[in-house]
Each structure stands twice: as structure tokens, then as C-alpha cells.
Design a protein around this ligand. Structure first.
Ligand code: PHE
Length: 339
């Protein structure tokens, strides 16, 4: 009897499905019965051997069988997949006590740490931070700073020219001129950090490229005492309350009078020594005039801090070139300093 044959096939198929213990075995059973040449598909071929009246009933039975086998396969597959998931969850426990992977963490470059520290100090005093281009016009770098074309003081600073009128700025002072013109005669207080360039041979204390922080204050009733006061406070902010400053007469074409400023330190033998950290002075009347300020009504002071000098003193660094070589053995020592 045909129906017995189908019944037997169904039992056999269900049994194989029942006993399948993983997804590959399920796949094999599926192929065996349901693929194009599978046992159930081949049954349909037998339709031809039946007479016409028997065909619909037979077709229906085969379809029914097919549906049942498919359903059984589907259920078993779902069951096995769930089991596999549970197994995976059981085996893949996460040990939350394992130490994490350490990522390398960079830090702020020591020169930028000094700049940020000085910026914070001056912003607290109401100064603004100004900027200017590194490729500067001769006009701002020299002329507006009271150094005309054949001024002898140019020789010390003459540097990298790109054409007749453009050069890599030799100091941050041109930002004084630019800011004065911007402010169109109103009082100002600025600092300006940035890179500068000089015709220097590199050695432990010289670099052809280094950093400065320019300061400029212009207002009514500005006296030399105001400059002295702010520089003393800056030195104590940077190096400690026990420090004092010493001013020595000096010369800059853009300030009059001009000074070099030294900061005190305790020498190995216990006596007090002084180290130069910046140049400063009262703004020269010519500079005020060129910048659009009437020198009979306005006064000002200016200073130029050597950033590397401050960092070298603060962190006791023996060679200026360390700052520019990006050696992590050097840079890593400044992690968390100042913060
Ligand atoms: N521009 C001077 C220099 O580079 C420093 C300075 C700035 C001096 C401002 C006085 C006033 O040496």
C-alpha cells in the first residue's frame, strides 16, 4: 500500500530528525528528504505510475508528508540553535577582574605647558591672546618696531627672507604693531605666544627656531612700575613666591627705557644668583605714533619672554634641542606636570 510506504518514510524521517544532535546532521536529513533528488521529491515522480483518479489523493498525501517533515526540521533546528547559544554563553564567561589593555596616553608638550600656564596668568589679569603670521612682512617685523632699513640692530636678527619684503619673523614683536593698528587707538592688553626664527647655529642653548610670548599694554597713565609689578608677579607665579627679579639696563629699538629681566635662584653654595628670562621696556614714542597712538596721551610697556628659557629653568633641562626631537623618553617626563 502506498499510504504505508509514506507512513514508513515519515517515521524514518522524524526519527532521523529526532536523533540529529547538531546543525550539520539536520542539514543532511534535509538533503536526504527534501532536496531535488531527495526521497520525498522522488515520490512525486511516482504520480505517473498511478491512474488518474488516484493522483490527487496521492499528491495531497505527499504534500502533507513534506509539510510535516519541514516543520519537524524547522523545530529541531531552532532547538539546536538555542542549545548552541546557551552553550556559548556558558563557556564565554567574561572575567571582569582581568586588567584592561593599557593605551598609550600622550601629554602636552612642555613648551605648550609653559605657554598655557603664562596664558592663564595673563588672562586672569584681563589680557587678550593675540596672534600673527610666522611669515611676516619686513614692515611689521622691523620698520614698525622702529628699526628702519639700515638700522644696525637688524644685523643681530636678520634671518630667512623669502623675497625682498617677507621673512620668517625674528620675534613676536610684529604682533604689537598689528594689534595696535587693529585696536585703532583704544587701550589694549595682549599677550602673543608663537614661533620665531633667527640666523643661529643650533647648540645646547641656541636654536634657529624657538618660541616667545610677547606682551603689550597700552593705556593712559602706564608707568614703569606697572611693568615691574606684573613681571615680578609672573616670575613668582612661574617659579615660586620666594623669587625676586632684577632689572638690568639694556637696549631695544622699540622700547625706551629697555631692560633685561633676571629671576633669582638659590645656587648650590646657598648664595643667590640671577638668570635672564626676558627683555622688556616702555613702548618707544615712535612705535606708539606709528601704531596710531598719540605718545603725549598714551604710554605702554612691552615684554618678550623666551618660552624655552622658562621651561629650561623650570624643569632643569640641559639642552634646548630636546624640545624639538619628539623623543618620548624626554616628553613622557612631562606627563601631569602643572596639572
Ligand atoms: N623682541 C625682543 C627680542 O626678541 C624682546 C622684547 C620684546 C624686548 C618686547 C622688549 C619688549 O629679543
Amino acid at each position: 500500500m502506498i499510504s504505508d510506504k509514506l507512513k514508513l518514510m515519515k517515521e524514518k524521517a522524524l526519527e532521523s530528525i529526532e536523533s540529529a544532535s547538531d546543525l550539520t546532521m539536520i542539514e543532511m536529513v534535509k538533503n536526504q528528504y527534501l532536496s531535488k533528488k531527495g526521497e520525498i521529491s522522488l515520490l512525486m515522480g511516482e504520480l505517473r505510475n498511478l491512474n488518474v483518479e488516484e493522483r490527487p489523493a496521492f499528491g495531497q498525501m505527499v504534500n502533507q508528508l513534506k509539510l510535516e517533515v519541514e516543520q519537524a526540521l524547522y523545530d529541531k533546528k531552532a532547538l539546536l540553535e538555542e542549545e548552541a547559544l546557551f552553550d556559548a554563553l556558558k563557556n564565554e564567561k567574561i572575567d571582569v577582574t582581568l586588567p584592561g589593555v593599557k593605551l598609550y596616553q600622550g601629554s602636552i608638550h612642555p613648551l605648550n605647558q609653559v605657554i598655557e600656564d603664562v596664558e592663564d596668568f595673563f588672562i586672569g589679569l584681563g589680557y587678550e591672546v593675540a596672534e600673527g603670521p610666522e611669515l611676516e612682512n619686513d614692515h611689521y617685523n622691523f620698520e614698525m618696531m622702529n628699526l628702519d632699513k639700515d638700522h644696525p640692530a637688524r644685523a643681530m636678527q636678520d634671518t630667512f627672507y623669502t623675497d625682498e619684503t617677507h621673512l620668517l619673523r625674528t620675534h613676536t614683536s610684529p604682533v604689537q604693531a598689528r594689534t595696535m593698528l587693529d585696536k585703532k587707538g583704544s587701550p589694549l592688553r595682549i599677550i602673543c605666544p608663537g614661533k620665531v626664527y633667527r640666523r643661529d647655529d643650533d647648540d645646547p642653548t641656541h636654536s634657529h627656531q624657538f618660541m616667545q610670548i610677547e606682551g603689550l599694554v597700552i593705556d593712559h597713565h602706564i608707568q614703569f612700575a606697572n611693568l615691574k609689578d606684573v613681571l615680578l608677579k609672573l616670575a613668582q607665579h612661574l617659579f615660586g613666591k620666594d623669587r625676586v627679579i632684577r632689572l638690568r639696563p639694556s637696549y631695544f629699538p622699540f622700547t625706551e627705557p629697555s631692560v633685561e629681566v633676571d629671576v633669582s635662584y638659590v645656587k648650590k653654595d646657598g648664595t643667590i644668583g640671577y638668570i635672564e628670562v626676558l627683555g622688556a621696556g616702555q613702548v618707544h614714542p615712535n612705535v606708539l605714533q606709528m601704531g596710531g597712538y598719540d605718545p603725549s596721551k598714551f604710554q605702554g610697556f612691552a615684554f618678550g619672554i623666551g618660552v624655552e628659557r622658562i621651561a629650561i629653568l623650570k624643569y632643569r633641562i640641559d639642552d634646548i634641542r630636546h624640545f624639538y626631537q619628539n623623543d618620548l623618553r624626554f616628553l613622557d617626563q612631562f606627563k601631569g606636570v602643572n596639572r
